[in-house]
Design a protein around this ligand. Sequence first.
Ligand code: GLN
Length: 535
Amino acid sequence: MSKDKKQPKYIFVTGGVLSGVGKGITAASIGNILKARGLKVNIQKCDPYLNVDAGTLNPGEHGECFVTVDGAETDLDLGHYERFMDVELKRSSSLISGRLLSQVIADERAGKYLGKTVQIIPHVTNAIVENIERTAEGFDVHIVEIGGTTGDIEGLSFVEAIRELGVKVGPENASYVHVVYLPYLGASKEIKTKPAQNAVRELRGLGLVPDVLVARSEFAADEDVVSKLAMFSGVKKDAVILLPNASTIYEVPLTLENAGIGNVLTDSLHLDRSKANLTDWSKLVEKAADSSLREINIGIVAKYLNNEDTYMSVFEALTAAAWSQNCRARLHWVDAEKITAKNVEVKLSKYDAIVVPGGFGSRGVEGMILSAQYALKSKIPYYGICLGLQVAVIAAARNAGKKDAHTTEIDQSTSTPVISTMTDQIGKEATGGTMRLGNYDEHIVEGTKTAKVYGAKTVLERHRHRYECNNEYRDDYESWGIKVAATSPDQSLVEMIEAIDHPYFLAAQSHPEFNSRPNRPHAPFVGLIKAITGK
Ligand code: GLN
């Protein structure tokens, strides 16, 4: 670090006992409360898996693939970070082993190691340290979350790297937060701390001493648990933070702040103990708990139903939009594969609105097309996202008698390819990272409902798709009852469509859900809720 550059403070977040207990939410919440203290905060997720990005991971298994403004396909934790911290992160906030190792190997091939034996320590660890330092540059605080559980073989190089970085910058510039889980034994009605104690021992064995212990549990634990954890983990009592299950994840920053984590961290990092301004955030949590909210029911027609995380940002965008209109969105997952022409009405007429989110491959697509056809005819409010736009165009074409209309993603020999491959994507169909990714400008067509909903002439939305509206059919849209509502600035790509004679039937080729924030729900989602409430 050169003398004129400010030394960022690091907060490293690791997890013990088991994964999936809210380490990402904890990291995001720490970001939230430090930002609320006026600090300039960045955040980064280190994922130990060997994929080069999250784009090729099965969302049913791994959850949503989040897309950054600069087009990185990342872990869904980045979505939590963006929503909790109200920031737009870059590719650099996602460090995945596969990408890092490809770089190290490319450097080896390029002779950059000058004949040295290339090893995990120091070459891979150095590359991690450099990457983290680069990402932290210019910020007061940089939070680094290590994916998985400490002790996992694939994560060891990250743990070693953050240990070394802590030594390098000194204790006043690095704090370690370990998130552990406290199981509850129903038979004896007690919360057990032994697995957490073992997890801390494991962490210490790797050379890391936690400054803060965040203890997750299903039920509220008492002070005895804090004393026990402090005694056996060597973490100061006021730095043992209990985090029982919350009714909404948005409560976590408040719980952590009330438990004093902000002061513990600022003290340990020699930062000023300023007060966090969490007024807006508290209002949001109050709204989430408000029992007088009007309940609305939205059917999400999709194929990945085995994992709630798959459509995380869509879920959050609809929830936030509903809150903004004093409603509570009840989201119902409708299995697209089970929808037939016969049962579509029975399955969908009970909902106040239908949403078809993004997706890839053929599974469930016929059910999604039937759902869009049904929404067009029944006038139920509809919002289509990416694949949800593509099936809407197919639905309109089929409603107008083009029975063979399809996307070439699924049917290459269709006589009516209303959705087809973008010219610059031909030949890249099967490879990772070759889609149209990240932010693109869009021009909204004047006089459309979409223009009213956005209240703007242009918009930047994030993309992740390979197929697009086939321009050969654009002139037919009006005869099919739909119209183009937004295009790329040069008008060569259709970005949004809407139905002509319909209370609310909008669809976007992009993923507007990534731009929604809990306190700033995004326009098309708010529009959908307003269409339901009749505002
Ligand atoms: N499979 C479609 C495409 O690649 C839609 C992608 C999506 O919904 N994200 O264009």
